[in-house]
Design a binder for this molecule. Structure first.
Ligand code: GTP
Ligand code: MG
Length: 548
């Protein structure tokens, strides 16, 4: 009976926490079969992709009259959803109810008339609305209401959090302000779909799928867009071969390794993105990295994009993180709080280098949650043991099997608050034996380090790899020192009387997010001396080489 009461209690907590911070694509999760609203990762991906294929991205005047604009477009069919946003101008994302509307639209759209220039006549779903006179789409006084696609400034976030009554509320508030929104998620899938149209010129059956923080539930507004050119769906691989008689097969170019094939494909697709892709600028082909990629900026969405191919393990990793995030609202809360704290104190950076990556940090949070006296999340080995036949997945010899159905996972007994968990995180890593031990979420236990490196975090699926191979000793020491300071600060917060009034002074999580004096990038502070360009490029190349 006691066990059941505890489980019900945890369920209630799971429900409360999850509801409090309901993100865009991670819906409520409830236990014991009543998982109404919760969707498996693959189902969400499919739904979003299909939605994106019925959508167009239109650059328009900032004072566009929304009603008349939508009426004008609706001659092509019913509009299911639309929103406006600002990014180097005003844009609208318009989702039609039916795919046929896109064909109808394509028939009606004009090629641009330009003087003194020429255009590449590649027809995409990135369009511009030009007003040739007030009669067509007259502008309004105010313009459409735009949905934000970027986070609020740090100072505003700190003020907002300082007004909350508990650290748990602060975490919820942080997530509300920072997490990828419904509209931002739509835009991410739409950009993938636009990229797919480019790659489909060569590979009509291909798919371009987002992975990483765009879909794993830990994404922050403004995070990069990691994309994967998926050629696995190309038909003909599993066509049964007759035992005898005639058989036709395609003649195809051959290469001596899968990596060489990936490099060729990315090189050509990268070239097309560069030369034909509207809105794609600053294209760099980084084909010699461990995971070859094409990096570019998609200007209309303001996304920094990384296009990879043959990267199925990363897709599986994203699904695993998504599942862990759905298990209990506190997981996402803690990851958001730690990631935000780490960014403020330059533990992580948007530039690759010898520092801890957001991905490594997320795995560290998960590991810590597995190591609580009452673990908050199960080990990967446990998730593997719950897998059904349909969950079986082996990618390039790596066992990536784990259960995909949340209802098969028993809730854990942990009832700690986010305040306790955050404080516990700092204590845990203040004293972690990094010199001897490796972090391992598969076993949920520290393991003896297999190699001499400052920080060893076993890759959950490619188990011989260390996801934090790039981290140097100085960065790890900084992290540990900051954890000690974080633990101390939170303990101080507990004993302090909280400020009240219009602008209370930062406390709890808000105090943790106040950058240290002398830190770079803060108003009124001395600018950090930039290292020479050659050093930065060297460090960038080094980190790409090391990216595992
Ligand atoms: P942010 O972009 O920083 O918000 O987080 P992210 O999780 O998207 O990280 P990132 O863009 O660096 O990487 C995208 C995805 O690639 C991650 O979510 C992982 O699935 C995978 N990934 C990143 N770094 C590594 C690594 O070192 N090893 C492995 N195996 N996978 C990685
Ligand atoms: Mg990313």
């Amino acid at each position: 009976l006691l066990k059941r009461i505890q489980i019900i209690d945890t369920c209630l907590q799971r429900r409360i926490v999850t509801n409090a911070v309901e993100p865009s694509n991670v819906l409520k999760n409830e236990v014991n079969g009543e998982q109404e609203g919760w969707k498996a990762f693959d189902a969400i991906q499919l739904e979003r992709q299909e939605q994106a294929e019925r959508s167009v991205l239109i650059s328009c005047h900032s004072k566009t009259n929304e009603k008349k604009f939508l009426k004008y477009l609706s001659i092509h069919g019913d509009i299911k959803n639309s929103f406006f946003y600002e990014s180097y101008g005003t844009y609208a994302v318009v989702e039609f109810a039916n795919q046929e509307s896109i064909a109808s639209l394509h028939e009606a759209v004009n090629l641009p008339v330009v003087s003194n220039e020429s255009v590449v006549p590649f027809k995409s779903r990135l369009l511009s609305l030009r007003s040739l006179g007030a009669a067509v789409v007259p502008n309004s006084q105010t313009g459409p209401k735009c949905k934000p696609q970027a986070t609020i400034p740090l100072t505003e976030l700190i003020q907002r959090l300082s007004k909350e009554e508990s650290i748990d509320h602060q975490v919820t508030s942080l997530m509300k302000a920072y997490q990828v929104t419904e509209e931002n998620t739509r835009l991410r899938f739409l950009v993938c779909s636009l990229l797919k149209d480019i790659a489909a010129a060569y590979f009509p059956e291909c798919n371009v799928r987002p992975f990483g923080s765009s879909v794993n539930g830990f994404g922050k507004l403004g995070c990069d867009l990691d994309m994967f050119l998926d050629l696995d769906s190309i038909s003909g691989r599993n066509v049964p071969m007759p035992k005898a008689g005639l058989v036709l097969e395609y003649q195809m170019k051959r290469s001596n390794s899968e990596r060489a094939v990936t490099q060729s494909i990315l090189s050509v697709v990268g070239e097309c993105v560069d030369r034909f892709g509207p809105g794609c600028v600053g294209v760099q082909k980084i084909l010699n990295a461990r995971c070859p990629l094409v990096r570019f900026s998609h200007q209309p969405s303001n996304f920094q994009c990384d296009l990879t191919a043959n990267n199925r393990v990363a897709m599986k990793t994203s699904e695993l993180l998504y599942l862990y995030g759905c298990l209990d609202g506190r997981v996402r809360g803690l990851v958001f709080a730690v990631r935000c704290w780490a960014r403020v104190h330059s533990v992580t950076s948007s530039i690759p280098g010898a520092w801890i990556s957001n991905f490594s940090l997320t795995v560290m949070v998960l590991f810590y949650l597995q190591r609580r006296a009452a673990p908050l999340i199960p080990t990967l080995d446990h998730l593997r043991s719950l897998a059904g036949p349909a969950d079986k997945s082996v990618i390039e010899g790596n066992d990536c099997t784990f259960v995909s159905d949340l209802s098969k996972i028993q809730p854990q007994d942990n009832t700690e608050t986010l305040e306790q968990l955050l404080c516990g995180f700092f204590h845990f890593y203040s004293t972690f034996p990094f010199a001897r031990k490796s972090i391992n979420i598969r076993k949920g236990k520290e393991q003896t380090k297999p190699e001499v490196v400052p920080l060893h975090i076993q890759n959950p699926f490619e188990v011989s790899l260390n996801v934090s191979k790039n981290v140097n000793a100085a960065q790890l020491e900084r992290f540990v020192a900051l954890c000690q300071e974080g633990a101390w600060q939170l303990e101080q917060s507990a004993t302090l009387t909280r400020g009240t009034g219009h602008a209370p002074s930062p406390w709890g999580l808000a105090a943790l997010l106040v950058p240290a004096a002398g830190a770079p990038g803060i108003k009124g502070r001395k600018k950090r001396k930039r290292e020479p360009a050659s050093e930065r490029i060297k460090s960038l190349l080094e980190s790409l080489k090391n990216k595992v």
